[in-house]
Design a protein around this ligand. Sequence first.
Ligand code: ZN
Length: 164
Amino acid sequence: MDCCVPKNISQVSPEENLRTNLCKECGKQAKAIQRVTIYHMLKRPFMHEIQDTTYFYCETMNCDVVYFSNETGQYFFQDQIRVPVGSKQGGHEKQLCYCFDYTMKNIEDEIENKGNSSAADDITAKVQAKLCACEIKNPAGRCCLGQVRAAVKEALVKHSEVKA
Ligand SMILES: [Zn+2]
């Protein structure tokens, strides 16, 4: 395979076109992310570099890339982001909810003390009251509830294993 020979557009298969969503650092597929999120997440002066293109969000845990565009060749890394990126963090400090500040540790502590966590209910109520701002506060640019529910489940399993 000769990867360095430039192809003309008509030779690029739809399959290769899809590769615009592949992170070059980890090789995994990434999800498109709205630019409003990137504007709020990038530290200055990096937000001035944002262009009129589609950016993707790499969620791979051990990959340092957070946002990228293969079209412009731009890659933004964790140290260019204002907040710790939850999908890149492991362990207790992992930030799960950015709007109402829940970490893995908050959920584990609650389960330790009360046997269950009300995090998902609390977040749901606040979302319904339109108090969330996931688009600009969560580096993933979307609601955290799925992640929170998964974290509660995980913490509950760990808790029951410790007790057993
Ligand atoms: Zn990556």
